[in-house]
Design a protein around this ligand. Sequence first.
Ligand SMILES: [Zn+2]
Ligand SMILES: [Zn+2]
Ligand SMILES: [Zn+2]
Length: 159
Amino acid sequence: MEENKKNSCPKCGSALGEVVVTKSGKKLQRCSTGSYNKDTRQVEGCDYVKWLAEEPVQLDEKCPKCSAPLLMTMTRFGKKMKKCSTNKWDPKTKTASGCDFFEWVKATVTELDEICPTCGAHLVKVETPNGKRMKKCSTSGWDKETRSATGCNYIEWLK
Ligand SMILES: [Zn+2]
Ligand SMILES: [Zn+2]
Ligand SMILES: [Zn+2]
């Protein structure tokens, strides 16, 4: 019974569809009576979507504030962050309790002993938190104010 409840739609009571993995690595289940119409860009039928939470992974790192173990969690938008395992969110009171330490996991950048074929500067290897790897020119950057890329635009995706 319990299992049945978990896999049925709370809106209409139909069974939930198969688990779908989005581009950013999130998992979701749609109501089996609903489907996404690519032409109209709208959900037809029941629009219930159940996001499956990524299980947080306990890390071998200690919180700099309270020295409890840190957890690696992923947001709904596919961003990874480390947070203190004593931090809890209470959905009823909408307040967080415990230690409030968290840190966004940024891409790791390694300098390479290779030269950019476009401009002759050094290349760097970038590994994003969601596992994408690329080589790009060390002169490339991102201007937050103008929201545009700066420097050389050479990029090579690695598999
Ligand atoms: Zn439904
Ligand atoms: Zn802490
Ligand atoms: Zn370059």
